[in-house]
Design a protein around this ligand. Structure first.
Ligand SMILES: [Zn+2]
Length: 372
């Protein structure tokens, strides 16, 4: 009797100690999260103020209502810590916000350096700041600039100025003045300044830059909205037979993702495409939709016709060449019929689903009678 009483006491004491330990570790984790948030919030404020300082040194007085901010904060991690708080601090100082499409969150891998760009759409000046790869130990508001930032630079990057000074900027961008982020900063900042729709920015953010390729995906989505909309409560299944940048726009805007069983991509080679029938040569994307009542799927095979954007050639790899094409296509986002070509409409036999046509070794183009 006495023995079991002692046993119970030992158990009770152990349980109390353990629960105290667990409680302490939860409190500790919360404190750490709070400290992490405070640090990055402060870093974001420091970066915003530093951007203003850089602009002022170039004779620009930035006004909050004219600014656009781009950053990969929240994706980039530093020292195993989330940099999400950086967004809030930067937003606080610059006045840029998600809700009015002036704060763009650019997709990045977790180990990418943390950066931000503050663009003044009136003067065309853009301050670019890239943080060093480790946190600093002291007060980030008081630390010297060189201790916090690896790159602090300011450049005029509005499209017309870049076109007029293409040679100089081909060289500057080649030297990676924005830490290798020149293309994404220049294209997205200029597009947002020109009033690009918010849905298109979602696609740029996910794709991490704005290029003619991602535009073709946005146009395909606009084409589907008008000509092949899903049944109520229905979903799309997208099957790419010639993947390029468009995939990221299709995934983002249709919320058709491989993880949710809504996307498949086949990386066809030139030799594969040589077997496609002449009328199907431009096929790139098959889109399926399901009728909720009949449970049957129908689909459409789409191609994309590139047209000459009528841009000056600033050099094959020049950012300016692509920027000009981007901005020309931007005006045509609501004319998808001029670019998207329907190659075939079809129905799947009863009981078949698009996944049946996305299995290893299955050629969907052959099943559609579009390949030899
Ligand atoms: Zn791209």
């Amino acid at each position: 009797m006495r023995k079991s009483f002692l046993g119970i006491m030992v158990l009770v004491i152990t349980a109390v100690l353990l629960s105290g330990f667990c409680l302490n570790s939860v409190v500790l984790a919360k404190d750490m999260q709070k400290a992490e948030y405070e640090y990055w919030n402060s870093a974001g404020r420091r970066a915003g103020n530093q951007a203003f300082e850089l602009m002022k040194q170039n004779g620009v007085s930035p006004q909050k209502e004219n600014l656009i901010v781009l950053t990969n904060a929240g994706y980039a991690e530093i020292g195993n810590s989330s940099t999400m708080g950086f967004i809030y601090g930067l937003s606080n100082v610059t006045g840029c916000k998600r809700g009015n499409n002036t704060l763009e969150e650019i997709h990045a891998r977790y180990d990418a350096p943390l950066w931000c760009a503050v663009y003044d759409k009136v003067s065309g000046y853009c301050a670019y700041l890239q943080l060093k790869s480790s946190k600093i130990s002291g007060d980030i508001q008081k630390a010297p600039v060189s201790e916090i930032f690896g790159i602090t630079t300011v450049e005029r990057i509005n499209a017309d100025y870049l076109y007029a000074n293409a040679e100089t900027y081909n060289k500057k961008f080649g030297e990676k003045i924005f830490g290798g982020n020149e293309f994404r900063v220049v294209t997205i900042a200029n597009a947002v300044a020109k009033g690009v729709p918010a849905y298109a920015v979602r696609a740029f953010e996910y794709h991490d830059h704005y290029c003619p390729g991602v535009t073709s995906g946005i146009m395909m989505v606009n084409y589907l909205k008008k000509n092949f909309s899903p049944m109520p409560d229905g979903s799309y299944f997208v099957q790419s037979v010639q993947p390029w940048c468009k995939e990221d726009a299709l995934m983002t805007l249709l919320n058709a993702t491989p993880g949710k069983g809504g996307y498949s991509a086949l990386y066809s080679t030139e030799a594969d495409r040589a077997t496609w029938k002449p009328e199907a040569k431009d096929s790139s994307t098959i889109v399926y939709r399901k009728d909720k009542n009949t449970k049957k799927w129908d689909g459409v095979v789409l191609g994309f016709k590139w047209t000459d954007a009528g841009c000056k050639d600033f050099g094959k790899v020049s950012i300016m060449t692509k920027l000009c094409q981007d901005l020309r296509y931007l005006k045509k986002l609501d004319q998808p019929e001029d670019f998207v070509k329907e190659i075939k409409r079809f129905e799947l036999p009863a009981g078949q689903t698009p996944k049946d046509r996305a299995r290893p070794g299955v050629d969907p183009m052959k099943l559609l009678g579009l390949a030899e």
